[in-house]
Design a protein around this ligand. Structure first.
Ligand SMILES: [Zn+2]
Length: 468
C-alpha cells in the first residue's frame, strides 16, 4: 500500500501521487503572530510534523514551507503602546518558535514572513486585475478586491453556493461590487502606522491576509505544488480565497488539501470569548514536553482532540510503558551480540499509509512493547532486540523517541533524578557488601529495593536497575 490521504477538496481518500516523482512540496499556513500560541496551534504543527516524518521515512524528499503572517489587521489591532507592530509580531513569532522547539517539531525547509513577499503579492493582484478577476475600489480608499462573481468556481473547496455564502468582513464594504468580494490589497488608513504601508500601483497600503499565502506558496514551491495544509478552521474563508485567487491568476495551486482537527477543552470549543484557551507555555508547565507531544499527536489528525483533566496523566502512563521498555531492553542488550535494526513493522506502515491513522499505529507500537517485555521475561534476546528495533523506528516516525537528544535534560525531572541518586547509592552499598562477602547485607538491600518496586540485575556491564 502507498500513502493515501483524505483530500478536503474532494472529500475522499485517495492515493498520494506527487507532481514530481520522489519529491513533495507542502505549504502549511503558519502563525498569525498577534498573540501567544495556544495548544490548537501546537496540535496543527504536531500533525504536519508526523506527515513530514512519514513522507521522509517513506523515501520522499520533502520541501515544507510554513509561513509567518507578520502583517495583518489583527496584529495592527493588538500592537499597542510604545511597541511597534513589527516588534509585537516578532515577539510572538519567538513564542511560536519556542513552542515548536519544545515539542520537537522539525523545522520547515523555509519559514517566510509575509512582509518579505509583498512584491510577489502585488504581481498576483496585477495579474488578477488584468484577467478581470479583481478591481481597484473607486472610492479612493486604495483597496483592491477579488471579484467573486467573475469566478464561477468560487466556493468549490468548501462546497458552498455563492448565494448562501456569508459576506466578507475583512474590509469596509463601501466600494465592493458584491459583499462576498474580499480584499487583496488594503489602502493605508490614517490611523494606521506609517510603516505598515508599502507603495503600490493602487496607492500605499498592505496586503490582505489571503493573498499572502498565495504569493508565498508560489514563490517557494511554484505555481503547482502537492499539499496545502492547515487547521480545519482555515478552510473558509482563508483557503477558499487562496484557491480562488491563485487559480483565477492561472496557477494550478495545491493538488491535495489536508486539514487537521481542532482542540476542545472539556467538550467546548476553545475561544477567546469563552476564556477557556490554554496557551502553549502554560500547557508545557503541566507535563514534560515529550508527554505533551504524545498527547497532541495521539489522536487521528482529522479528529477533534478533547482535552480534559487527567488527559496528560493518561499520556504520561502510555509513554512510560514505552520508556521503561526502551530503558530495560537497552540495559539487557548492552554487551550482547544481539544487534538492533530499526525496522518499521508492516502493520504500522499500513496504518500510517491509511491517511496517517496514528491511533492504529500506536496500537502496533504498544503491542510491540508488550511482545518485547514478554521476550525480556523469557530471556529471548533475539526477539527482544527485534522488538527494540521496531519500537525505536516507530517512535522516531511519531516524533516521540525518548532517547532523542531533543528531550535530553527535560526527560528526567527532579523526582527521577532524586530516585536515581538514591538507588545508585544503595546499589553501590550492595556491591561493596558483596565484595566484602557480606551477603546478608547485600540481599537485604536487594529486598528493600524490590519492595519499593525496583528490580536489580547483575550483568556483564555491571548492575542495572529498572522500575517495574
Ligand atoms: Zn495561509
Amino acid at each position: 500500500m502507498t500513502l493515501h490521504l483524505f483530500d478536503t477538496a474532494t472529500r475522499a481518500q485517495s492515493a498520494f501521487v506527487p507532481l514530481h516523482p520522489g519529491r513533495v512540496g507542502i505549504y502549511v499556513c503558519g502563525s498569525t503572530v498577534q498573540g501567544s500560541p495556544h495548544i490548537g496551534h501546537l496540535r496543527t504543527d504536531v500533525a504536519f510534523d508526523v506527515l513530514l516524518r512519514w513522507l521522509r521515512r517513506s523515501g520522499l524528499e520533502v520541501t515544507l514551507v510554513r509561513n509567518v503572517t507578520d502583517i495583518d489587521d489583527k496584529i495592527l489591532a493588538a500592537a499597542a503602546g510604545d511597541e511597534a507592530w513589527w516588534a509585537h509580531a516578532y515577539r510572538y513569532e519567538l513564542e511560536f518558535t519556542a513552542g515548536y522547539t519544545a515539542l520537537g517539531i522539525q523545522p520547515p525547509t523555509y519559514e517566510p514572513r509575509a512582509t518579505a513577499s509583498v512584491t510577489e503579492m502585488q504581481a498576483i493582484i496585477q495579474r488578477l486585475i488584468e484577467a478581470g478577476h479583481a478591481y481597484p475600489a473607486t472610492d479612493g480608499s486604495g483597496d483592491v478586491y477579488f471579484d467573486t462573481a467573475s469566478w464561477p468556481s468560487y466556493g468549490e473547496l468548501t462546497r458552498q453556493k455563492p448565494e448562501n455564502m456569508e459576506a466578507a468582513t475583512d474590509a469596509d464594504p463601501r466600494a465592493k461590487r458584491d459583499p462576498r468580494d474580499f480584499a487583496l490589497w488594503k489602502g493605508h488608513k490614517t490611523d494606521e502606522p506609517a510603516d505598515a504601508a508599502w507603495p503600490s500601483p493602487w496607492g500605499d497600503g498592505r496586503p490582505g491576509w489571503h493573498i499572502e499565502c498565495s504569493a508565498m506558496s508560489r514563490r517557494y514551491l511554484g505555481p503547482a505544488f502537492d499539499i496545502h495544509g492547515g487547521g480545519l478552521d482555515l478552510r473558509f474563508p482563508h483557503h477558499e480565497n487562496e484557491l480562488a485567487q491563485s487559480t483565477a491568476a492561472g496557477d494550478a495551486f495545491a493538488t491535495y488539501w489536508v486539514h487537521n482537527g481542532l482542540v476542545n477543552i472539556n467538550g467546548q470549543k476553545m475561544s477567546k470569548s469563552l476564556g477557556n484557551s490554554i496557551y502553549a507555555a502554560e500547557f508545557l508547565e503541566l507535563a514534560r514536553p515529550l508527554v505533551v507531544r504524545y498527547f497532541l499527536g495521539s489522536a487521528h489528525y482529522r479528529s477533534t482532540i478533547d482535552y480534559h483533566d487527567g488527559a496528560l496523566v493518561e499520556a504520561e502512563a502510555a509513554l512510560e510503558r514505552i520508556e521503561v521498555f526502551l530503558d530495560r531492553s537497552e540495559r539487557r542488550l548492552t554487551g550482547t551480540t544481539h544487534g538492533v535494526l530499526e525496522v518499521i513493522p508492516d502493520a504500522f506502515a499500513t496504518a500510517m499509509d491509511d491517511d496517517l491513522s496514528v491511533p492504529q499505529a500506536l496500537g502496533v507500537l504498544h503491542e510491540t512493547v508488550r511482545a518485547g517485555n514478554l521476550a525480556y521475561d523469557a530471556g529471548d534476546l533475539g526477539a527482544l532486540a527485534s522488538a527494540r528495533g521496531e519500537v525505536l523506528a516507530m517512535v522516531e516516525v511519531l516524533g516521540i523517541n525518548p532517547g532523542s537528544p531533543q528531550w535530553a535534560g527535560a526527560a528526567s525531572g527532579p523526582t527521577e533524578q532524586a530516585l536515581a541518586s538514591l538507588v545508585d547509592s544503595l546499589i553501590a552499598d550492595r556491591n561493596a557488601a558483596r565484595a566484602a562477602k557480606d551477603f546478608a547485607t547485600a540481599d537485604r538491600i536487594r529486598d528493600e529495593l524490590a519492595a519499593a518496586g525496583i528490580a536489580v540485575e547483575d550483568g556483564p556491564t555491571g548492575t542495572q536497575w529498572s522500575v517495574q
